[in-house]
Write a protein that binds this ligand. Structure first.
Ligand code: ADP
Ligand code: MG
Length: 347
């Protein structure tokens, strides 16, 4: 992209730009009655309830364009939002994308961003139905609003966990954090020696988890096919520790999470070993995994056990027993919002 002549946004104008980015956009959802092109989109869910969530990504805070391809950034920005809808046990259906761009950003760069957004829309079968475009003094801002639907009885909140419920998690944790550490390290190496050509193929999994994450869109259907209704649910954007604390606080309960049960990919362990960061700490505190954490009644144990992509990692306890991680050596480490504290233990 660097060799081709880049088009300035001002040469297209705002409407020309919006048209170029969104024209002939596919539609996947029946509920999308009117997408881009009028003053507002029109969505019709019939008797289902509407679920809405929004997130903003800021250059330099949430992403670094030095190592983030814009196409991946567009994809990730969508996934980050859809995981919030998935975490309500709802089906994501539409998104709105708002961008603020500086004069430094070319039209071709935005083409790339929207290619990633389009790919995510296809993967997750959601429709782009609107957004806003404006300028920024410096840096790129992307704000995405995701819309979804669910029958009122199917929605799952953070507050519904009960004593003895099993705590379950999809996929594996900590990989996105390790991927980020690797990319930061490589950026520093590159700054010192621009000719370095590192072989990163052995770390493909953790890099992908950082740059192009996925959220378990099929979980809702899988659980419903199994006849399992989760009692509480949340997405893992900030690390297991802070997410389970949200469930505990809102459900007025404590928990026990077993360190040895936390699913961790082998590359996460291997890279953690290389940079001397414990993989469990990355899982507890790292964030950006976009997996789903949920609780189910103990009676669903045998059913859940049959699914290798869902791991049972602990259970809910009375509030006075607090929230703790049971370490491999059997000690209980009290969970705090920023992870867990090795200095404090409970029985
Ligand atoms: P308004 O003046 O009502 O804000 P705009 O000219 O900003 O309208 O937008 C025209 C249409 O294009 C609207 O349907 C809007 O939702 C859509 N749109 C604007 N910017 C974007 C964007 N960055 N991505 C997707 N759709 C957009
Ligand atoms: Mg507008």
């Amino acid at each position: 992209m660097s060799k081709q002549k880049l088009t300035s946004i001002s040469s297209l104008g705002e409407f020309g730009l919006i048209d170029r980015l969104t024209n002939a956009w596919p539609v996947y959802q029946k509920s999308t009655f009117k997408a881009m092109g009028d003053d507002a989109a029109v969505i019709d869910f019939g008797k289902e309830q509407t679920v809405v969530s929004t997130d903003i990504l800021t250059e330099g805070v949430h992403f670094d364009l030095a190592y983030t391809p814009l196409k991946h950034l567009g994809y990730k920005a969508v996934v980050v939002n859809l995981s919030d809808i998935v975490a309500m046990n709802a089906q994501p259906t539409q998104i709105l994308v708002s961008i603020a761009v500086s004069a430094r950003t070319s039209v071709e760069a935005l083409d790339e961003l929207y290619l990633g957004i389009k790919e995510a829309c296809k993967t997750y079968q959601v429709d782009l139905v609107g957004g806003d475009t404006t300028s920024s003094k410096s840096g790129l801002f992307i704000s995405i609003t995701a819309i979804g639907k669910a029958l009122p009885n199917d929605l799952v909140y953070r507050k519904g966990a009960k004593i003895n419920d099993l705590i379950c998690v999809t996929g594996n944790l900590g990989a996105a954090y390790m991927g980020l550490q690797l990319l930061i390290r490589e950026k520093e190496v590159f700054a010192v020696n621009p000719n370095s050509q590192p072989d990163l193929s052995q770390w493909d999994y953790i890099i992908e988890r950082q740059l192009k994450p996925e959220t378990p869109i099929n979980l809702r259907k899988k659980l419903s096919d199994m006849g399992v209704k989760p009692s509480s649910m949340i997405d893992i954007s900030d690390g297991l520790s802070s997410e389970i604390l949200h469930i505990c606080q809102q459900s007025n309960l404590g928990c026990r999470i077993y360190e040895e049960k936390i699913p961790i990919h082998e590359q996460t362990i291997k890279f953690g070993y290389e940079i001397k960061v414990d993989a469990s700490i990355a899982a507890m505190n790292g964030g950006e995994d976009y997996e789903i954490l949920f609780t189910v009644p103990m009676t669903d144990f045998e059913t859940i056990k049959r699914y290798p992509e869902i791991q049972i990692i602990g259970h809910m306890v009375e509030a006075d027993k607090q929230c703790a991680l049971v370490a491999r050596d059997g000690t209980n480490l009290i969970l705090e919002a920023q992870g867990f504290n090795h200095a404090s233990s409970v029985s």
